[in-house]
Design a binder for this molecule. Structure first.
Ligand code: TPP
Ligand code: MG
Length: 490
């Protein structure tokens, strides 16, 4: 994989002395943007704001505080895969530079506002075309047959899990469900590119990450049925999975709260000198929350090894992205906060795998946050409480389901390598289906957690208000026993 790696010293020495600021900016941006109409098959991360080691020490009163303010800059690890960074000014224009804490300010006699959006959109990196064939000259990390087949099998398992749990919800056997249809590649390929030492802070549409880490079908079923084997003791709605063993923080319904948590965890991993990073997943809707912005800024300043993976699937329930933000998607926002970022085709397993692999290397080796925007589409309804045909055209959904399905696309690639066959396909699908049906039947039979578990695990000694609530609840159940499930022990 090659990155757009250019040495800023070479670039600067080639510039003519009188090159103006705007042309400098143009050269810089030409490297990282091009028409959005084309996918890119080069894994280029958008650079963070440049910090040049070639700042001339000028005679302005701030120059000493400027040195102090830049202490951390000199402490940074050098990127081996970074974009070119232009920050210096041509010789002879020194009097136009103000040393300022945190970076220099370049003066200009021209009154020019920064444009609200770049004229050219951020590239979207991909490796496989829509037909599952390698795009010529693609940069990607090679995957072995074992890993490729495991990724494919996990995607099929995830699809089957969705189909069966969705049906179970429709039959009234579980109360709620959220499918991952259309986003299987982001789930599985990103998980495959991480190590099991990395900590995951999910939203709710990433059960595939947990699946990849070894959470069993029985464990999924126990959580959805809220039985006493559920690690959350039945206190949360279905799909709020969590696992200490798999370093997978419990899903929280409250959108975006996991993003700053991941930054805090990443900072602590860095302090403890661990060879690991934190990874957080969220949707486009999550980026409309203040927590996203605070987290990005916090991560940039603390140089925390965290990977932000945004699943930009076009919708936050019924709100389209056009009603959520006016930026060129999500990746460019990383740049605004000083976080290196990339936009990736979220339906391309090899592109996601390669980008996350590279991002992890940068995060852990260089101690820096990385933002990945995975462009995809939510093919299913938002949840079982939603009917998405009320706010988006059925043929749009159908097009993504059929023409852009990440699972079929990857299957074509492994088949063309001779690693998969129709026989293997039907064997896998029927085996997963049988295992899941068994897991569901068992989960349904397991007793529910007792009523007292509703009040434990927060306080050592139950405070008076909770004691009163427990008493009231028990009295109400005794008065109306038929209105309460018989399988919840009192
Ligand atoms: C703080 C907060 N506000 C609103 C909600 C209601 N809500 C649940 S999911 C959701 C949309 C999230 O969209 P997105 O982040 O794009 O994720 P997606 O469902 O597309 O995967 C909203 C608004 C919530 N759970 N938490
Ligand atoms: Mg969304």
């Amino acid at each position: 994989m090659t990155f757009c790696l250019k040495n800023s010293r070479n670039i600067i020495s080639k510039l003519k002395p009188k090159v103006g600021l705007l042309s400098l900016m143009k050269q810089s941006s030409d490297c990282c943007y091009s028409s959005c109409l084309n996918h890119s098959n080069h894994c280029n991360f958008l650079p963070v704001t440049a910090t040049s080691p070639f700042v001339k020490q000028l005679k302005n009163p701030d120059s000493n505080s400027h040195k102090k303010g830049r202490f951390f800059v000199f402490e940074r690890f050098e990127s081996t895969t970074a974009e070119k960074q232009i920050a210096s000014v041509p010789n002879g224009e020194d009097n136009q530079v103000l040393n300022f804490p945190g970076g220099k300010v370049i003066f200009s006699p021209e009154m020019r506002f920064l444009s609200e959006s770049p004229s050219l959109h951020a590239h979207c990196y991909r490796v496989l075309d829509d037909n599952g064939q390698l795009i010529r000259h693609s940069n990607f990390i090679q995957v072995s047959e074992d890993i490729a087949v495991k990724m494919y099998s996990n995607m099929v398992t995830l699809q089957t899990l969705d189909t069966i749990f969705y049906e179970a919800q429709r039959q009234g056997r579980i109360s709620f469900y959220v499918t991952t249809i259309g986003e299987e590649a982001i789930n599985i390929a990103s998980a495959a590119a991480l190590t099991l030492d990395d900590f995951v802070f999910p939203q709710y549409r990433e059960p595939g990450v947990l699946l990849w880490r070894g959470f069993t079908l029985q464990e999924f079923a126990n959580q959805c049925f809220g039985n006493k084997a559920d690690y959350g003791k039945g206190r949360q709605m279905p799909i709020h999975y969590g696992s200490n063993k798999h370093k997978y923080f419990t899903v929280s319904s409250t959108i975006a709260t996991q993003i700053p948590h991941a930054v805090g965890a990443a900072y602590s991993l860095k302090m403890d000198k661990k060879d690991a990073c934190a990874v957080t997943y969220f949707g486009d809707g999550g980026t409309s929350e203040g927590d996203f912005h605070a987290a990005l800024n916090f991560a940039a300043v603390t140089e925390a090894p965290v990977i932000f993976i945004c699943r930009n699937n076009g919708w936050a329930i019924s709100t389209p992205t056009s009603d959520q933000f006016r930026s060129d998607g999500i990746a460019v926002r990383g740049q605004a906060y000083g976080v290196r970022s990339i936009r990736v085709d979220g339906n391309d397993v090899l592109a996601i795998y390669s980008a996350v692999h590279a991002a992890r290397k940068m995060a852990v080796n260089e101690h820096r946050p990385i933002l990945i925007e995975a462009v995809t589409y939510r093919v299913g309804h938002h949840s079982t409480s939603d009917d998405s045909t009320k706010y988006r055209p059925a043929d749009e959904i159908e097009w993504w389901r059929m023409a852009r399905d990440p699972v079929t696309r990857f299957r074509k690639w492994i088949e063309s390598n001779g690693w998969w066959s129709s026989e293997a396909e039907s064997q896998l699908r029927s085996s997963i289906r049988n295992q899941l049906l068994q897991a569901i039947q068992l989960a349904e039979k397991v007793e529910k957690p007792p009523v007292k578990d509703l009040f434990t695990d927060v306080y050592d000694d139950l405070p008076p208000n909770l004691r009163e609530q427990e008493k009231l609840l028990r009295e109400t159940i005794n008065r109306h026993p038929k209105d309460y499930p018989a399988d919840v022990p009192l």
